[in-house]
Design a protein around this ligand. Sequence first.
Ligand code: AMP
Length: 288
Amino acid sequence: MIMETVVTVTKLKERLEELRKENKSIGFVPTMGALHQGHLSLIRASKKNNDITVCSIFVNPLQFNNQDDYSSYPVCPEKDIAFLNVTACDILFMPTREEIFPTENNEKFDFGDLGNKLEGAFRPGHFDGVAAVIKRLFEIVGNCRAYFGEKDYQQLLIIRKLTNMLNLPIEIIACPTLREVDGLAMSSRNQLLSEEERNIASKIYDIIYEASERSVSHTPAELKDWVNNQFKEYPIMKVEYFEITDAHTLQSIDNWQSDKEVVSCIAVKIGNVRLIDNIRFFSNFGLN
Ligand code: AMP
């Protein structure tokens, strides 16, 4: 099947209705474009388990709390379309802002503590914007499996919560983070880094990976200090946060408990580029 490109909500709904009449299952991969292999891994996961895969590309203005970040966000539709064709995506949904938000949208959501910490604390309003666009896209696409990357770990938890809160007929599937060969998590923002910044950016994963190994001999508080000290060697990187958290609630933890799943989350600014990453800690804790 040659990929169809759809730009209006009405057309996409009509097309999906036809496909559902033919009993086709739908997989959905929402993105903001500037696609890389991480995005394509979500498309591939969707293609494995669904008859039809829909990818959306929409740079959602509501989720940018910083106007410069929005203006500099990379946009490259021709390259994206070529990537999607190679991956044999079935439908590309590329709507305008007016199609997605025909009127001003100031919707607020209450995700409790989950929404207020980490990204929520450093990017006020970000998750309201994410939730508004995902709610709208889910309403348009309807019953489907929707694929999200663990790279944006807090966003994944927020979207699961949103789906439950609104009782939507959507199954959320989490996909692992794809990394460059030197460990840097793939991200559309990586292309905004200068060569020097890009080389140093790989230290983010080196440091959090080593931190995960050091959980055998360090308490969470000691690890946080260790990580913050490591970054002092690279003054062009500014750590916004590094937190060791319960993988379900994102509450910070202060001791290791073998029955707890732990994820550590980090946000780092390199020049004007803000990168996030996370890593799971496995329960090989040697202390308390
Ligand atoms: P974005 O275009 O940044 O909004 O991302 C669209 C989807 O791709 C989200 O579900 C992201 O979590 C996911 N994604 C982004 N980077 C990666 C990556 N390196 N590995 C896996 N998934 C990713």
